[in-house]
Design a protein around this ligand. Structure first.
Ligand code: FAD
Ligand code: FES
Ligand code: FES
Length: 489
């Protein structure tokens, strides 16, 4: 059993144990390592000023793959084998904790040349995200820059000059991180310990980082109250807000079995730790409707680490994945140390934040049967902003017709009750009726009888009731041959 995390920071190998393992990465960098270029503003994954690059061994095992992450909602104990690059280490000319580098990278120089920085508080985060985009995309176009930077906020410079800097950076050939930091030595040290289980204690705190599901469920059997953490995009926020007083942690990040992802002929089969970036990469051609939802899920920083399992167990009635998974009749595999069972997602949620996961169980896998290609699927997310916003209303509508009549109908709405709701009365009402405006208007009246929306800061009850009706008409309009296929309500 290993008692420390192997972390590589700006090229330097650190072995971290004790209280430092339980810190958020941003606090560790700033307070324990003096790397204050990483800023903390919101502490909840919204502003991106704490962005750093996180490298993990790629599929070949011979290089790191670097992505941007929000360091304020990542715990140090989650980072075994990772190479973290901060703004101080971007040009590679300094070791962790030593004097900042003087050399500017092409991205940093472009921010200077294009006046992309005013007060400077957001600047290191932008520079790290821009560098992350250049790590994964050759010659990004303006749209790719804009969507790649949705996780970074600037309150004073304005985005025009930042985007201009991004485009200037495009005209150079920036060094990739694997050139700046040759990976062989770091990967060798990381891989030597990758099958070792890690357990770190600090006073009465303990974190267990297993490498198999069996080890994880054995630990849960002994510690049924342990706090499970996957991507930490929900848990990190709760921790920073002081809502989490846990002493016992179970981290799933080293269990490769949970990160599986496969699209077979008729289903998506994913481990619970599959990230939103995995779904974004795989669904564009297979289920473009779900891709549209996933591509505006949080920000790149959130999608790089946030998992589908975390979204399902967080159990929010506005979780963006659930309406689609509900109309597809997704099967969830729940595993404890006595074995596994399968539950249909439509039977899983029982009340607000209540669900059928027994003490000692983990969500391990899910199987999402893909909709019949002859049926029409539309997914809707209504929010005040296009990017980085919490849903006011969500819907998934899947309807198959035969001739002019509706053959099957599956409908799920979010943000209109304590859980994402299937609408069985509306579905039954629709089947056998003509697929026309009169039917969809009447179905809207049935639908509002099946939901119990509340008023909150994102929208009033009446607004949500109206959306519940209108979305059915929008679906009808989109089904007509003249439709442009535009999907956001
Ligand atoms: C800035 C920001 C933007 C966001 N945007 C969106 C958005 O657009 N749409 C949306 O729906 N959500 C959004 N979220 C919420 C969050 O990112 C998602 O819910 C994400 O999928 C959670 O996954 P995670 O791995 O980070 O979960 P974690 O935070 O690690 O865990 C969440 C919960 O799941 C439990 N858990 C995790 N994995 C398992 C498992 N395998 N078995 C049992 N329990 C488990 C944890 O104990 C915890 O209770 C956003 C969050 C932030 C901070
Ligand atoms: S401090 Fe705002 S995202 Fe981390
Ligand atoms: S430069 Fe001031 S917040 Fe962006």
């Amino acid at each position: 059993m290993r008692k420390h995390v192997n972390l590589f920071l700006n090229g330097t190998h650190l072995q971290i144990d004790g209280d430092e393992a339980f810190l958020t990465l941003s606090e560790f960098l700033r307070i324990r390592r003096g790397l204050t270029g990483t800023k903390i503003v919101c502490s909840e994954g919204d502003c991106g000023s704490c962005t750093v690059l996180c490298g993990q061994a790629d599929e070949s095992g011979k290089a790191f793959e670097y992505v941007s992450i929000d360091s304020c909602i990542r715990f140090v104990f989650q980072l075994d084998g990772c190479h973290i690059v901060t703004v101080e280490g971007l040009s590679g000319s300094q070791a962790a904790g030593v004097k900042p580098a003087q050399d500017l990278t092409p991205v940093q120089q472009a921010m200077v040349d294009c006046h992309g920085s005013q007060c400077g508080f957001c600047t290191p985060g932008f520079v790290m995200s821009m560098t992350g985009i250049l790590e994964s995309t050759d010659d990004p176009n303006e749209d790719q820059w804009r969507s790649g930077l949705t996780g970074n906020l600037c309150r004073c410079t304005g985005y025009t000059s930042i985007i201009a800097a991004a485009q200037q950076a495009n005209q150079t050939t920036p060094k990739r991180m694997n050139e700046t930091y040759p990976p062989e030595k770091m990967l060798g040290a990381a891989q030597a310990g990758e099958t070792e289980t890690i357990e770190i204690t600090d006073g009465d705190q303990i974190v267990f980082c297993p490498t198999t599901i069996k080890e994880a469920t054995d630990f849960l059997a002994k510690h049924p109250d342990a706090t499970i953490v996957a991507g930490a995009t929900d848990m990190g926020v709760r921790f920073n807000k002081g809502h989490l007083k846990t002493k016992t942690w179970l981290d799933l990040n080293r269990i490769d079995e949970l990160a599986s992802f496969k699209i077979s002929g008729d289903a998506i089969e994913a481990g619970a730790r599959a990230t939103w970036a995995d779904f974004e990469d795989a669904t564009e051609s297979v289920v473009p409707e779900f891709f549209n939802i996933v591509s505006v899920f949080g920000s790149p920083q959130i999608r790089h680490v946030g998992t589908i399992g975390g979204n399902l167990i967080n159990a929010s009635p506005i979780a963006d994945s659930i309406p689609f998974l509900a109309v597809c009749e997704t099967e969830l595999t729940l595993t404890g140390n006595a074995g596994s069972r399968t539950v249909n997602i439509n039977d899983f949620y029982t009340d607000y934040k209540k669900f059928d996961l027994r003490p000692g169980e983990l969500l391990t896998h899910l199987r999402v049967p893909l909709p019949d290609p002859a049926a029409m699927l539309r997914l809707y997310k209504v929010s005040r902003r296009h990017d980085m916003d919490i849903s006011t209303f969500t819907a998934a509508i899947l309807i198959a017709t035969e001739g002019h009549k509706i053959k099957t109908a599956s409908i799920a709405y979010g943000a209109v009750g304590p859980v994402v709701l299937r609408l069985p009365k509306t579905e039954t009402f629709l089947v056998g009726r003509p697929f026309d405006e009169a039917t969809m208007v009447a179905a809207g009246d049935v639908a509002v009888g099946e939901i119990t929306p509340l008023s909150d800061v994102r929208g009033g009850k009446d607004f949500r009731l109206q959306l519940a009706k209108n979305v059915l008409l929008k679906f009808l309009a989109q089904a007509s041959p003249e439709s442009t296929g535009e999907v956001m309500a």
